[in-house]
Design a protein around this ligand. Structure first.
Ligand code: PLP
Length: 389
């Protein structure tokens, strides 16, 4: 089969829109353009499309339809939860628990709350990136109101035991939020079984369009949230503003496809990932897997390639789109906070790459990637060796 370049291996950063998703969205840019709030046929058409998408998304995570709120993405969902809960807290209940391996959307918003005087504990992950339930239990104080722990890490793919953490929070009357942006559609997420009160996720990580996300709020908890914005009362006032109908329709379709293809897709993606890993480690020395080998997202491979700077590797492999860390960090040039949290030095973090395999990758592409990486890493190491000696 012919390979199309560049080979896209950055599916943790974003995913391409599935053509079936685009197809579902198009009428809502054209003839079905109405505003969901309008009381005429075009408004009703848009409204029923949005409500159908809400059902599709609720099904994917086993929520009730009225527990799904649309936002512009996971960043907004997370901020809505953090600032929303903080807004209703008081001096008797103002302690938040989170971790040092959260995505910046979560981490930075909690740092901001800390600056505003809230007491925030950032639990430290272990060497594989896990936050353990025992750490959460140990940190709970009478003043604890809220726990926010990432479900699956965006850089190293480590999957936390969300169910167990959720159950501890539930029995202690503490709100539990999880950032499940990388997890939804990739691993089974059941908000009921997993004792989740609040959950943030995004369309563009599951082959839907960018700029649309969702917030799951367990029924009753919406009263405990002060909205970030005020306006026309859409989304029960939690997220006012005209709804992005085409985006939401695409998100719904993307959720439906994830559900329908889940078993086959996760097996296929995991087998590509395992093939790539085995091929690389069996051909090269001094390669280390960052994150856990078992409890990790099926498509995520994060490798420390000793002796080779990831930037150099990237500039020598232009035909493969991968990441030198989280996309968010590449802009600052700083070594990744997540990789440093699992014990890597600055040098090691800057020699790590993230390869994110997704729905549209073929075995031919993966074979090409393996050969290319092995070849370029071997040459760069040889060159470094000659430079040093
Ligand atoms: N949380 C995690 C774990 C992510 O991977 C991302 C995206 O990179 C976000 C939050 C932010 O999502 P969005 O781009 O939808 O705002």
């Amino acid at each position: 089969m012919k390979i199309n370049f560049p080979i896209y291996l950055d599916n943790n950063a974003t995913t391409p829109v599935d053509p079936r998703v685009l197809e579902a969205m198009l009428p809502y840019f054209k003839e079905k353009f109405g505003n969901v709030s309008s009381k005429h046929s075009l408004g009703y058409t848009a409204n029923s499309a949005v409500e159908y998408a809400r059902e599709q998304i609720a099904k994917l995570i086993n929520a009730e339809v009225n527990e799904i709120y649309f936002t512009s993405g996971a960043t907004e969902s997370i901020n809505t939860v953090h600032f929303g809960i903080a807004g209703k807290s008081n001096s008797d209940k103002n302690h938040f628990i989170s971790s040092n391996v959260e995505h910046s959307a979560s981490y930075e918003s909690l740092l901001q709350l800390q600056k505003q005087g809230f007491d925030v504990s950032f639990l430290k992950c272990d060497k594989r990136g896990f936050i353990r339930t025992a750490q959460v239990i140990e940190e709970v104080k009478p003043k604890t109101i809220f726990v926010s722990i990432i479900a699956a890490n965006n850089e190293i793919g480590t999957i936390n035991n969300i169910s167990e953490i959720g159950s501890i929070c539930r029995s202690n009357n503490i709100f539990f939020h999880t950032d499940a942006t990388q997890a939804v559609g990739k691993i089974t997420i059941d908000v009921k079984k997993m004792n989740i009160d609040l959950m943030s996720f995004s369309s563009h990580k599951i082959y839907g369009p960018k700029g649309v996300g969702a917030l799951y709020i367990r029924k009753g908890i919406e009263k405990k949230i002060v909205p970030l914005m005020f306006g026309g009362g859409q989304e029960k006032g939690i997220r006012p503003g005209t709804l992005n109908t085409p985006g939401i329709v695409g998100f719904g379709k993307a959720a439906e496809l994830c559900m329908a293809e889940f078993d086959e897709e996760s097996k296929r993606i995991k087998s590509h990932r395992d093939y790539l890993y085995k091929k690389i480690v069996s051909s090269l020395d001094s390669i280390q897997l960052n994150g856990d080998s078992d409890n990790r997202l099926p498509g995520n491979l994060n490798l420390l390639i000793k002796g080779v700077k990831s930037d150099t590797l990237m500039s020598n492999i232009r035909e493969i789109a991968f990441s030198t860390g989280a996309t968010c960090y590449s802009e600052t040039g700083k070594p990744s906070r997540i990789l440093k949290s699992i014990g890597l030095t600055d040098e090691e973090a800057k020699s790590s790459v993230r390869l994110g395999i997704g729905r549209f990758n073929t075995r031919e592409e993966i074979e090409y990637v393996a050969e290319k990486f092995i070849d370029v890493i071997t040459k760069l190491r040889l060159k470094n060796y000659h430079t040093i000696n």
